[in-house]
Design a protein around this ligand. Sequence first.
Ligand code: ADP
Ligand code: ZN
Length: 718
Amino acid sequence: MQQSPQEILKTIFGYDEFRHNQADIIQSLVTGKDAFVLMPTGGGKSLCYQIPALVRQGIGVVVSPLIALMQDQVDALRQVGIRAAFINSSISFIEKQDTEEAMLRGELDILYVAPERLLMEPMLNLLDQCHISLFAIDEAHCVSQWGHDFRKEYQQLHQLASRFPNVPRIALTATADAKTREEILNQLNLQDAGIFVNSFDRPNIHYTIAESASNARASLLKFLDDKHPDDAGIIYCLSRKKVESTAEWLMQKGRLALPYHAGLSQEQRKQNQQRFLREEGVIIVATIAFGMGIDKPDVRFVAHLSLPKNIESYYQETGRAGRDGEPADAWMSYGLQDVIFLRQMLDSSDAQEQFKRVMQFKLQALLAMCEMATCRRQALLAYFDEEMAEPCGNCDNCQNPPETWDATKAAQMALSCVYRTGQRFGVTYVVDILVGKTDQRIANNGHDRVSTWGIGKDYTQVEWKGIFRELIALGYLSVDMEHGVVKLVEKSRNLLKGAETFMARKQRKQQKLSKAEKKVRATVAEEDQELHEALRTLRTKLATEQGVPPYVIFHDSVLNDLSVYRPTTDAGFTAIHGVGQAKLDKFGEAFMDIIRQHPKADSAKTVKPRTRVNAALSDTVSDSLELFNHGMSVDDICEKRELKPSTIYSHLANAIEAGELESRQVLSDTVEEADIQEIEAMAKYMEIKNGDAMSPLFEALEEKWDYGILRCVMAGVE
Ligand code: ADP
Ligand code: ZN
């Protein structure tokens, strides 16, 4: 029996709704059209080809450069009952033969294969004899020389178009500026493809970029202790040495932290990566070599102890956090040394001039984003040509706006001191002159007699270094490659002349965590913790038995929901987001057993089946109602649906009118009974009925109550 995409989504994957434009993309492929999909990491690209591969006749061939990833992807698909396999260099001859035979017999739904393998003649021959439902080209930016992961084999993939003209192809990527995008379409012969571009926003990721004057490690530890005391995460460092020492230091601090860099043996790397994937709460400390092959949805934070190369890298690396959609952190600390180092590295590379200029430009954009005082997310999205109307409210600058001060005078002192000392020294030396130090070297150079010696005593050395960092970051000073000598540039002139002002950021004080920030760690309420632990133990046990990562059994969000809603029936169990039929069959009993051993004394929340409760209600009203019935507060629903309270209250007012809710049920958390009665009395006095315009009532009550709340009250009045 043929299932529709929607049915497959529900019964196999256990989700109710398509995300972003998944539905359109899937529809397009199902009807045999090519597609190009731009979707951020964690957006749900895989379903875009997995579902059409199931709907359409034959086998879906997925091309991916990430061999390390295939095993896990296939494991996850098999868990939900899909016949999937992969062919790459890691499997034995026998396994390969088995897979090929299954393909010929038409007993495979999805095959993962690396591009170089796909393009070999025997493989193409084999495919000629199979019925192919589609080709999915994952990580499609690898085809672009402008992009950051160029792979030569990818350029050969255009052959698929001519060799299999009737098979629809879908190319997917999470990174593509306009130029890369164009190259993908051209190189892969996708001129007629439907183009599906999604927002790059990752709303569940909280961004923090902290300038660290001295101790980056201390701030890292505070960040980890405050927000991620036992979470899995990735910490990026620039050098192998720093990777090693940071991992060691974290181990001393009681965290399970494992190093990962190209200097380790293959065996060691593999082992550390496996532990990161399979155990809970492992931190990987890595050079940027790590990550490309990692598909772990429950990475709760990505921390940078060094600056990434550019904004694309920053976006990609931080994008590995929170792919499951739960709150996650992108945290970075950087200082003067990082800025100097990156600038030098770029200048000294022996790349072509034009390439270097591009890289310079990209670095400049990254540094500007680090130093900015306004919303990070707006800047990040703007870099990808995406406009965001309002500041996000979920980044450091939104939540704790940095103060700035007019540092024009100080900047002038700094620049002229560079000039007076002959543009031959590094920052530390120039700062010594500014604060009026004397030592042998300074005396020998006669620099204790220049006019700028000691003129900067009002600021500490740390403050001066901050000013230099900003000057260099914003391009008012250049740094030479060999000795870190700082020099004036064209841009310095206006500042020196006083034709420009220079606003610098004040050092931020350590802040208390705001409510929103704390949320990252508060996932399970106290009364649910015992059960949650027990469920987690069961998940680990099952995962170990089957040799798969825990999230392949169930995502964190499923465990959280299970411990809150405690379903003990099949219907209740599949009502949990992320549980389909196959998972119910496999794991339902085991998990429900544990749940039965942990009865909740009082009012355990129950899950209502998520079918439309009342056909008279619109989709959006039903959605709010459903969440409310799941026990979420109006605030929670607002956050989840990204809608205003008045909207949610209006939805619930509709539900009240339809007899699905009582007005008191909705209001009792936020509005006192006496206030409800006052609103009712006022309405009666003014002869306002449900369905009338609310504004006279709103004004009569001195604008004290949200329109939505008024509607809820009125909806409950006979
Ligand atoms: P990408 O490849 O775009 O980085 P994935 O395909 O790995 O993202 O999906 C990220 C996560 O989102 C996965 O855990 C997946 O199961 C989940 N997901 C995908 N589509 C949906 C959906 N419609 N509803 C709920 N979860 C989804
Ligand atoms: Zn913001």
